[in-house]
Design a protein around this ligand. Structure first.
Ligand SMILES: Nc1ncnc2c1ncn2[C@@H]1O[C@H](COP(=O)(O)OP(=O)(O)O)[C@@H](O)[C@H]1O
Ligand SMILES: [Mg+2]
Length: 264
């Protein structure tokens, strides 16, 4: 396996009315091809900024972002994104929402092939039968499933998930975690997941990156051995409890509530 995403010593400050606001200062993240990188860190530390860098939606002041051996300099159509708010278009059916990116990306599937691809993804996430519904006819969890299909429809190399499950209730969220694992078995993407939920990071990630408080640097990286089709019970083993405690402690350090010396 080779690194698909490489973020090297990235620094960035936003220009604001009250002067420059440094958001990233020494960000290093490497994600292997087919890997699943979960990123956690204090609110406002620069996590969404990281996703914009990977998508090529912004340029860092310093440092480099590489995707598949290419320096990222412009927005990429080989990236799919899903957010906390699924923003589906109400005047389109679920199927038409999912096929939307294919109308935009160059060389996207068209016509019957586009619909077939969308139907396949919708069935993969358990939404068969909902193709012709409108977004408002679906529950929050179902809308998020549809949003995931839309992010994947053009077979992106990289799937960016920015707190996609954050607004869902705990049971719906856990259902979606399991769906993510199923989708991952059939779709060959490399994922970056931003989350506030340490259990989610542990369940989905094969790597968890903890960012420091703003300006964010890579504070801690945990590698997680992934089993195929983990179950929720795996989150309640002694090993998982130990990992969660370590991550929680790292977050406390990032928030300035624990001293770094205490870290082991
Ligand atoms: N375009 C922008 N211009 C100025 N400040 C911004 C801009 N985007 C984000 N910020 C600020 O940068 C910081 C990091 O933002 P963000 O990456 O969205 O954090 P996170 O996703 O970790 O909560 C926040 O303080 C935010 O207010
Ligand atoms: Mg954010």
């Amino acid at each position: 396996m080779s690194p698909l995403i490489k973020i090297k010593d990235v620094r960035h400050a936003y220009e604001t009315a009250s002067g420059p606001l440094p958001v990233l200062d020494g960000l290093d993240v490497t994600v292997q091809e087919g890997g699943f990188c979960a990123v956690v860190g204090p609110s406002g530390c620069g996590k969404s900024t990281l996703t914009r860098l990977v998508a090529g939606l912004m340029h860092p002041d310093a440092g480099e972002v590489w995707l598949h051996g290419d320096l990222v300099k412009a927005p990429r159509s080989t990236v799919g994104m899903a957010f906390q708010n699924p923003v589906l278009l109400e005047w389109r059916t679920i199927l038409q929402n999912v096929t939307l990116p294919l109308e935009i990306v160059p060389d996207g599937l068209k016509g019957a092939a586009a619909k077939e691809r969308a139907r396949y993804l919708l069935s993969l996430v358990g939404l068969d039968g909902f193709e012709d519904k409108r977004p408002s006819e679906l529950s929050g969890g179902m809308r998020q499933r549809a949003s995931l299909c839309r992010a994947l429809v053009h077979q992106p190399e990289v799937l960016i998930l920015d707190e996609p499950f954050g607004a869902l209730d705990a049971f719906t969220r856990e259902d979606l975690w399991q769906t993510m694992h199923q989708v991952k078995e059939s779709e060959p993407f490399t994922a970056v997941l931003i989350t506030h939920d340490l259990r989610e990071a542990l369940f989905l990630g094969d790597q968890v990156v903890v960012l420091s408080g703003r300006p964010a640097r890579t504070q801690y990286v945990m590698d997680i051995p992934q089993t195929t089709r983990p179950t929720l019970d795996d989150l309640y083993t002694a090993e998982a409890a130990e990992r969660l405690a370590t991550l929680r402690h790292q977050i406390e350090i990032a928030q300035g509530r624990a001293a770094p010396e205490e870290a082991s």
